[in-house]
Ligand binder design. Structure first.
Ligand SMILES: [Zn+2]
Length: 256
């Protein structure tokens, strides 16, 4: 008789299963993304899909009892992309409250650590703020996993921060049917307010921007630099790294 596959998505299990699982592995994974323009060629849900993909693949590859993955947060902070159609954004205040209240709920069910798998750079600052509140007010552990931050560097395309060669390759690696190859734009020269704001500047300083002021295509980077093999390699690494982190956290939480 084949053993029934252990489910990993909170939405797919009963309350009794959730109760048992949180008891055995008191951790919850929250994938967060965005609904925002990704150039003329990539789907709007790229960041949410990617976060959900990494989180569920890693949970599935984990040993039993496997961690539970909460429903994906499909919206994030995309105020800078609102100049392009299809973008739907939360304000940082709302987003911080959402993440905090999700943590507050799962804490009631015995969860001791929340691991956010973040698919969107615009969410990072607010996730750190939410994490500080969660740690301080709830006494819960909080972790942010952003596989793409190292992946971007390995692609080595200067200033490739949004819907460029990295995201086009990683999307082609897992959802080729949703990439409009005909629409992939040539790179445009962005006009940065001062040279230090250029994403590839050595002395880079952070700054607030609207994407449509920097790029008329909505792409920041070079979407023509496609490498599907590197894209596949990126996913493999991101998933394996998260599996290893989850195993460490399992030991750590069971020790605590
Ligand atoms: Zn993206």
């Amino acid at each position: 008789m084949s053993r029934k596959k252990e489910k990993i998505e909170l939405g797919e299990v009963t309350r009794e299963t959730a109760k048992k699982r949180f008891k055995k592995f008191p951790l919850a994974i929250l994938p967060v993304g965005s609904c925002e323009q990704h150039g003329p060629h990539l789907p709007l849900d790229t960041d949410a899909y990617d976060a959900h993909y990494v989180a569920t693949e890693a949970a599935n590859l984990s040993k039993s009892p496997k961690p539970l993955v909460l429903p994906t947060l499909p919206y994030g902070i995309s105020l800078h992309h609102l100049g392009f159609c299809g973008t739907v954004s939360l304000t940082p205040q709302t987003f911080i409250n959402l993440v905090f209240e999700i943590a507050e709920s799962v804490k009631l069910h015995g969860v001791k650590a929340l691991v956010v798998v973040n698919g969107h750079g615009g969410n990072t600052a607010s996730l750190i703020a939410a994490g500080q509140m969660i740690k301080h007010r709830l006494g819960m552990e909080f972790y942010i996993y952003e596989g793409w931050s190292g992946g971007h560097k390995r692609f080595g395309i200067p200033g490739d921060v949004h819907a460029g060669g990295f995201e086009t390759s990683t999307s082609l690696a897992i959802r080729p049917h949703l990439v409009d190859r005909e629409a992939i734009p040539q790179p445009v020269k962005s006009s940065f307010p001062i040279p230090q704001t250029n994403f590839s500047a050595e002395e880079h300083i952070g700054f607030a921007f609207n994407t449509d002021e920097l790029s008329k295509t909505g792409v920041l980077g070079d979407a023509t630099k496609i490498d599907i093999e590197k894209g596949k390699e990126f996913w493999k690494r991101s998933i394996e790294n998260l599996v290893a982190i989850l195993e460490e956290l399992r030991k750590h939480l069971l020790r605590a």
